[in-house]
Design a binder for this molecule. Structure first.
Ligand code: BDR
Ligand code: CA
Length: 311
């Protein structure tokens, strides 16, 4: 199986992404889960990550707490989307599994150094603070990364936190800038694709019909999480942003995109955190990412539901 580190700020959609990974041990080996401040403050994301591991019956997974604030800015959170706990919807028990003592950034650095170059993939599902801090502190690890498959940014779909920016990039644009300039191979799941991964009523019913704790919890999470997008965008249901990352690792053929240059705005007040994606290749800037634009939504939900059934 492919070795991955999930860097996350759960978040209902983060939770589903983690469940999908833990339900797929033949393809994905989760070396650890690193929590970052984002949707809610760090103590809650570190707690929610463990709640999700226990929901998957995987109290053995190592969960690390990382950075509690962006590199150069005050934390912006998203309780308006995810609720007070970050995981509103299901009524899940507090975790009993421990949080690891090491800092997430140290874990990321040590893990990349301990494994052969090109054998560990990073899966960031929140602001890029932990990853950028690790790259800055230990530049030698950048060339050891197999791939970074991240959720963040937007191009045609522009913003969900400001008119110009997607939440994960907006919260820590300096971190995103470091990652996009790092030279590591990057695959990006922007809003352009995640807004096509919508939990319709029928798809939600299919989760609930699994009748398992994980299936029911996912249905309840997406019931809660869809409110924001239904009200804001008139969308059909909850967009499963972060699970696009895990689904891509399981079946990249479900997705299509372009190798292009992606740059992050870090100074303008108006467009802070905008991912300037050279989709039409109108600049000379060298491609630094595979920017995904479309997915096979039916295939994605079939994969997700089938895998959740295994938990
Ligand atoms: C991203 O922001 C968070 O609210 C979600 O978990 C996702 O990672 C979508 O913009
Ligand atoms: Ca997230």
């Amino acid at each position: 199986p492919r070795k991955i580190i999930i860097d996350t700020d759960p978040g209902q959609d983060d939770a589903v992404a983690i469940l999908l990974a833990l339900a797929s041990p033949d393809e994905l080996e989760v070396l650890g889960i690193t929590a970052v401040a984002g949707n809610v403050p760090l103590p809650l994301t570190a707690k929610n990550a463990r709640i999700v591991c226990e929901l998957a019956g995987r109290a053995d997974v190592a969960v690390y707490a990382g950075c509690d604030a962006p590199i150069a800015r005050k934390l912006v959170t998203a309780e308006h989307v995810h609720g007070k706990t970050g995981l509103d919807g299901p009524d899940l028990p507090d975790p009993v599994m421990p949080l690891q003592e090491a800092h997430a950034v140290d874990f990321i650095i040590d893990t990349l150094r301990a494994h052969a170059p090109g054998t560990v993939t990073l899966c960031p599902l929140g602001p890029l603070t932990n990853i950028a801090t690790a790259f800055t502190r230990a530049p030698d690890i950048v060339s050891r990364v197999q791939e970074i498959v991240l959720m963040g940014g937007a191009y045609f779909e522009v913003g969900n936190i400001t008119p110009a920016a997607e939440f994960n990039i907006y919260v820590d644009p300096e971190a995103a800038d470091i990652v996009f300039k790092s030279g590591a191979p990057i695959v990006v799941m922007p809003l352009d694709v995640t807004h096509k991964a919508l939990v319709t009523k029928a798809r939600n019913d299919a989760f609930r019909a699994l009748g398992t704790p994980a299936g029911i919890a996912v249905a309840q999470m997406t019931d809660f999480f869809e409110r924001f997008d239904k009200e804001k965008y008139g969308s059909e249901g909850a967009p499963l942003h972060d699970p696009c990352v895990t689904a891509y690792l399981l079946n990249p053929d479900l997705f299509s995109g372009r190798h292009i240059n992606v740059a992050v705005e870090t100074t303008s007040e108006l467009t802070l955190g905008m991912t300037v994606a050279d989709w039409w290749r109108v600049t000379e800037r060298a491609p630094n990412a595979l920017f995904i634009g479309d997915l096979d939504a039916e295939g994605f939900f079939t994969l997700l539901t089938d895998r959740l059934a295994r938990l």
